[in-house]
Design a protein around this ligand. Structure first.
Ligand code: PLP
Length: 411
């Protein structure tokens, strides 16, 4: 049976071509990058080249990139790691949102429970979007961290992190950022900041952005900002191997390592490097910088629009993804009349791989925290259908999905 894969926000499957490319590079001869011999040096060269390619995904410098076991680890570094480094006698404050990935939400909740962290969790609107105004007006003199995602993995909403970053950069350094493309000029938010919050304070607080779903799906100018202090990234969302990610960390910014025991990654993450994973990440990051990649993303977006149009005839499907400012490949629905577990099983039996939301919460039929935060009922939040497209999808996949749904809803 031909499989139709519509779950790209969970993982973009690795192709045989990619695996061959990775193995060819490794097979040329590479060993432990810390070893003082030729094969060690070869490994070191491979890592340096991948570091450059991954750093350029987010316009950071090579020295600013720390390889990790994935974006979950990078998010833990960018939240708990940063706060542990900033420890102080009086309680610190952090700002996050109600739609974050668990790898942001849970370390912060843990520090709130165990270390007295003051935590502000921003509410979102009906499309899962927090407001720049709320981020800014919640900054206090003891705010040490703002941790927010650039785009949501379940509903595909693009969040206003760029607007927050541009405002922060301007207020920190009194420099005017490139404002083109922003709906609102950054200085429009100035009146919202508390009067006891100084530029020095804004310079010292850390703005961490979860860039996992935005990198390689949104053009850089639509989400990146010089105001970001760190960005988390993951290779398997781009067609690379799973188990490899990175934290891009602005020069001068510090965090307390989560893994001690080796000088790797400039003492920021101990342990022999995942050479195979790093090489894979470098290859996909390089691909994501090519024009061809963005031509394919455009095609994905067109296919998404066609699919959206076709699925609009099913009264049992309620679209939760916003029509503007959303990821080019994502459609999320609340399903009525059929339990999403049953729907996904029937789709699977027809060879169609879709999901009910984030990979971490699907399988357990728990309500989606994202949909709950968006104001959906518990029943609705348990009945989501997420379709996330990739470059290998084509018109016939859309036909097959429509036909299968027609059969399912007819019963
Ligand atoms: N952040 C977001 C928004 C994600 O979608 C994911 C993966 O689902 C992660 C973080 C975690 O990435 P990784 O699987 O590399 O740990």
């Amino acid at each position: 049976m031909k499989r139709i894969y519509l779950d790209h926000n969970a993982t973009v499957p690795t192709t045989e071509e990619h695996l061959l490319e990775v193995s060819k590079k490794i097979a040329e001869g590479a060993a432990n990058p810390s070893s003082p011999h030729g094969l060690g040096r070869n490994a070191s060269v491979l890592i340096s080249s991948a570091r450059k390619q991954v750093a350029s995904l987010v316009d950071f410098d090579v020295a600013e990139l720390v390889f990790t076991s994935g974006a979950s680890e990078a998010n833990n570094m960018g939240t708990a790691g940063v706060l542990r480094f900033k420890r102080s006698a009086s309680p610190l404050h952090a700002i996050t949102s109600a739609v974050e990935h668990p790898s942001i939400r849970e370390p912060l909740e843990f520090l709130r429970r165990t270390q007295g962290l003051e935590l502000t969790v921003l509410e979102v609107d009906g499309f899962g979007r927090f407001r720049t105004e709320d981020v800014i007006s919640n900054i206090r003199p003891n705010t040490a961290l703002i941790a927010l995602m650039a785009a949501n993995n379940e509903v595909g909403t693009v969040e206003p992190v760029r607007e927050v970053g541009e405002w922060l950069h301007m207020r920190r350094w009194q420099k005017w950022p490139r404002t083109s493309g922003l709906d609102v000029a950054p200085h429009a938010f100035d009146a919202l900041v508390a009067s006891d919050v100084t530029p020095e304070h804004l310079q010292s607080l850390h703005f961490h952005v979860d860039g996992v779903q935005a990198a390689g799906k949104l053009p850089k100018q639509e989400w990146l900002s010089l105001g970001f202090d760190s960005v988390s990234l993951s290779a398997h969302k781009l067609g690379g191997l799973s188990g490899i990610g990175a934290l891009a960390l602005r020069r001068g910014r510090k965090f307390e390592p989560l893994i001690f025991g080796g000088a790797q990654e400039k003492n920021r993450r101990g342990g022999t490097e995942n050479l195979v994973g790093i090489v894979s990440f470098g290859i996909v990051a390089h691909k994501a910088s090519q024009t061809q990649w963005w031509t394919e993303i455009k095609k994905v977006e067109e296919l998404r629009d066609a699919l959206k149009q076709r699925l609009s005839r099913f009264s049992a499907l309620r679209l939760t993804t916003p029509s503007a400012k959303s990821l080019p490949n994502t459609l999320n629905y609340v399903v009525e009349g059929v339990r999403s577990e049953d729907l996904l099983m029937q789709l699977d039996l027809s060879g169609i791989c879709a999901s009910s939301g984030s990979a971490c919460s699907s399988g357990a039929n728990l309500p989606s925290k994202i949909l709950l935060a968006m104001g959906y009922s518990e029943n609705d939040a348990k009945n989501a259908l997420r379709i996330t497209l990739g470059p290998e999808n084509c018109d016939s996949d859309v036909d097959a999905l429509e036909q299968t749904l027609t059969q399912i809803f007819a019963h």
